[in-house]
Design a protein around this ligand. Sequence first.
Ligand code: HEC
Length: 126
Amino acid sequence: MTPGIVLSSLILVASAAALARADEAGDKFFQDKILPRLKQHCFECHAQDAEDVKGGLLLDTRAGLRAGGDSGEIIIPGEPEGSLLIQALRYAEDDRQMPPRGKLDQAIIDDFVKWVTDGAPDPRQE
Ligand code: HEC
């Protein structure tokens, strides 16, 4: 092998490792910061076992979160400003303010913004 090939192989291996680490960090962020909030503040109205699912939106599965609700997709990975989910959390519009009973703390909303900015990683199996 020429030194050039060795070097580029090394770079490939290193960047694959870096990507894997970024994935792990994103997955952990979802597990630690996002999923517990969804459970606590959203599943009551947006989960399969909710008495009455609201807005056609299921947040208790990866597929449901990706599919969105009656208005279509609620997240655009990488684009928090364009994501209905973030607008709802920010109480940006008069209707569709989530959760309806009171705005979440700014620090929690910031976590959601970071999560969507980072591509909205969701390691759930279904
Ligand atoms: C007490 C019930 C309730 C809770 C809790 C709740 N929602 Fe909702 N949600 C609704 C209702 C009702 C609608 C449909 C009417 C509307 O759009 O205002 C809705 C609609 C939505 C929509 C729009 C779906 C679409 O496609 O139109 C989003 C996004 C949403 N909710 C996100 C959330 C998030 C995120 C949480 C938790 C932070 C949450 N909701 C908690 C009742 C709830």
